[in-house]
Write a protein that binds this ligand. Structure first.
Ligand code: ADP
Ligand code: MG
Length: 728
């Protein structure tokens, strides 16, 4: 039997062994030689040059200096010097065998070049360094500078002998830096060791690596072969080779990701029969004709896309993205009317009672000229009313139902549900949504339209929802006034309150939102309570009325307070982010966000979207704490600079990575990306996706011989996902 090197257990790589093997498995997920060579450096250092010590700054990433050891000191507890070695004298006078290294806490070496001095510190491997760092000798030190007591130093740099000719590595040598962990470093797996292991692994198994992309793609895209890419991603022969290797591996990664997503989509759209809804219908036309405004271009385009889905004979699975206020509700209503016009029922599901109520109110307005019946079903619908609604859904006399989770209870039976509109998708689990399936008598699943006001960057949408169809409303209805956003600090609070009083005097209302972060819930509620008391003190009754809404209230109390504000009976609503999604109070003109630095950009954007919905000029005030990190400051400034939700989402992704984006945590990325970045490689992603589309258009099941290697790659475990973004 031929042993496969690629599949060899990592512990058998020379220099690894059982202990490090276990760590490589648990810390980096590396089980085999093959896994190791797919662990790419996350950055490269040019080790061909050395820097002057006088030029070193603490914010430099990695530096390399060539310096002479001046003085080495072993420090004990409380930093008292125990032993000192200098070029001229040695304090203590004992020979090294008498040093009790177990009492030494730290080794400090002062090294110097022609331009200055620098301290080098070791907490570990002290005995070895003490013997190696002989005063007067020159070394190349390589590491990351840090600041200690106001001076730049280096902790645990790599120490190399000065090569012949003086410099660091050979000119133009790029060295990869690998991800590591404290545990790995402690077991001696430094970057140097990692680099050596990588070299060994490549020598062993590169010959076994087979090309994963078909020849014709390599040719057409000008991609380098896989073996070349793997060799050069670890040990680049030069920057051009590195660029080619990187591009090839990114393309490969994104290509297979898209191919797997699109293949699922193809398979589903071919196998899933959908209800045919060829008519537009009289109700649609009546509603459309009586609108006090024309639809925006984006709304029209999206409705065309939806129409095409509903007439095509396959089930619609469409995600509708659009910023707060872009007119998604309008689109949802017209979509429901298409279903009704074709003799089906439609439901609209909202994540909270407040939102369901609001949808119901809005939708009823739009529906009044059409004569289509509509009802609201939530947890607090009275039993007698509920009974009537259940009966009307079952006998088909009710056309459209708006509601919460109450809609998916088993007791709810539809005569012929043809469409489900789901608002704010991330609040509903896949499991919950799939229960709607079972509510059709025909056995044919209803069309599904999911709406979200959380703008998702394009590349992320392509990946998270790669197997869905996505429509975007990227245009606001005319006449929307921009919301003026300002940053204020604690000392401006008096001014802020005066401003709010003026707004209230002219008939407006204000939101004041406090952050609520799970881990410190107690503290957060204290903040909120305290904030509420301060505000009531600053805005005393009479004449001011302040309502408060938060997640620990019962639904009744929450609804009562929310409605008091929505109806204008309260001037100020103090709340947590429960008002984040969808709530519409056009008369509110001020949104104050407390401790704004604690929110992500997308969330701030959502909150800001609560104002600016009426005819008055609106304001968003971002209150920030005293200590704000550079990054938070940048985020807040970005909020001031733009109102475009997609731009903010892109920026949010660049700053925090795709994993932390609002609304994406639940679904997660389908596979973890190894080398490509959704934030930076949008171009390669589109390219890879187009390519995958071409291939699947010609061969949807990848059965043709020329696509055999693609089908094989997709059979690997990493492409298997549980129904994760399938929305129905
Ligand atoms: P979303 O659900 O996307 O947040 P809505 O559907 O609630 O947005 O629309 C926000 C406001 O804009 C509503 O008052 C709605 O009546 C209005 N609106 C929707 N479409 C248009 C349009 N094409 N022209 C003018 N106003 C519109
Ligand atoms: Mg809405």
């Amino acid at each position: 039997m031929v042993r496969s090197e690629l599949e060899s257990d990592i512990q058998y790589l020379p220099g690894v062994g059982p202990k490090r093997g276990q760590l490589l498995r648990s810390e980096l997920g590396v089980n085999t030689f093959g896994d190791l060579i797919r662990l790419y450096p996350f950055r490269y250092i040019d080790r061909s040059g050395v820097q002057n010590i006088s030029d070193v700054t603490s914010d430099a990433a990695y530096i390399q200096i060539l310096a002479k050891v001046v003085r080495v000191t072993l420090m004990g507890q409380h930093s008292q010097p125990l032993h000192v070695k200098e070029m001229t004298a040695t304090l203590g006078g004992r020979d090294d065998s008498q040093i009790r290294f177990n009492t030494v806490k730290r080794l400090s070496a002062i090294v110097a070049d022609a331009t200055g001095e620098m301290e080098i510190v070791f907490f570990k491997g002290i005995k070895y360094m003490w013997s190696r760092l002989i005063p007067g000798a020159n070394f190349v030190f390589f590491g990351k500078p840090t600041v200690f007591n106001g001076r730049v130093n280096m902790v645990h740099p790599e120490v190399d002998n000065v090569p012949q000719g003086g410099g660091g590595g050979a000119p133009g040598t790029l060295t990869g830096v690998y991800a590591s962990t404290e545990k790995l470093k402690n077991s001696g797996v430094t970057n140097k060791v990692m680099t050596r292991l990588m070299g060994l692994a490549l020598d062993r198994c590169l010959g076994e690596v087979t090309e994963s992309l078909p020849d014709r793609i390599l040719k057409e895209k000008g991609l380098v072969p896989l073996r070349f890419a793997l060799r050069n991603i670890h040990f680049p022969s030069d920057t051009t080779a590195l660029a080619k290797a990187t591009y090839r591996l990114k393309f490969e990664e994104l290509f297979f990701l898209q191919l797997s997503l699109l293949k699922q989509k193809y398979v589903r759209s071919r196998s899933e029969v959908g209800l045919r809804m060829p008519k537009v219908g009289a109700a649609f036309n009546k509603c459309y004709d009586s609108l006090p405004f024309g639809l925006t271009g984006a709304q029209k385009r999206v409705i065309r896309e939806i129409r095409a889905d509903m007439t095509g004979g396959h089930q619609m699975n469409r995600l509708l993205q659009g910023d707060v206020g872009s007119g998604k509700t309008m689109v949802a209503v017209l979509t429901c009317l298409i279903a009704v016009g074709n003799g089906y029922q439609a439901c609209i599901m909202a994540p909270t009672e407040v939102l369901a109520q609001q949808h119901y109110n809005n939708i009823s307005k739009y529906l009044s000229p059409t004569g289509v019946s509509c009802a609201l079903l939530t947890g607090s619908t009275k039993a007698s009313e509920r009974k009537k609604i259940h009966a009307a859904l079952e006998d088909g006399s009710l056309g459209i139902i708006v509601g919460t989770h109450a809609l998916i209870e088993d007791t709810v039976i539809f005569k012929n549900l043809g469409l489900a509109v789901i608002d704010e998708q991330h609040r509903f689990g896949v499991e919950q949504r799939s229960r709607l399936w079972k509510k059709t008598s025909s056995g044919i699943p209803p069309h599904v339209l999911v709406m979200t006001a959380t703008p998702i960057p394009r590349t992320l949408a392509m990946t998270l929802y790669g197997d869905l169809d996505v429509s975007v409303i990227d245009e606001m209805p005319p006449g929307r006034k921009p919301v003026q956003t300002v940053l204020l600090a604690e000392r401006d609070r008096g001014r802020l309150y005066n401003f709010i009083k003026k707004q209230i005097a002219s008939g407006r209302q204000a939101f004041i939102v406090y952050p609520l972060i799970f881990e410190s819930e107690k503290l957060d509620y204290q903040n909120l309570e305290k904030g509420y008391e301060d505000i009531v003190a600053a805005f005393p009754f009479p004449p001011y009325k302040v309502a408060i809404v938060h997640g620990q209230q019962t639904n009744d109390v929450k609804n009562f307070n929310m409605e008091a504000f929505a109806a204008g009976r309260a001037n100020i609503l103090v709340s947590t982010t429960v008002i984040e999604v969808g709530v519409d109070v056009p008369n509110a003109s001020v949104m104050v966000i407390e401790s704004a630095e604690r929110f992500g950009l997308s969330q701030l954007h959502q909150l800001r979207g609560r104002v600016g919905r009426g005819s008055e000029k609106s304001y968003c005030v971002l209150m920030h704490g005293q200590k704000v990190s550079k990054e938070s400051q940048k985020r807040l400034e970005m909020m001031v600079a733009t109102e475009n939700g997609f731009e903010l989402a892109e920026e949010d992704m660049k700053m925090r990575g795709p994993g932390d984006l609002e609304g994406t945590q639940q679904s997660g990325l389908p596979i973890s990306l190894n080398i490509a970045s959704l934030a930076r490689d949008g171009g390669i992603l589109s390219d890879a996706r187009n390519y995958a589309t071409h291939i699947l258009d010609a061969d949807p099941t990848l059965e043709k011989p020329e696509n055999k290697i693609l089908a094989e790659e997709l059979r690997k475990d990493k492409y298997y996902r549980q129904d994760f973004s399938k929305i129905s």
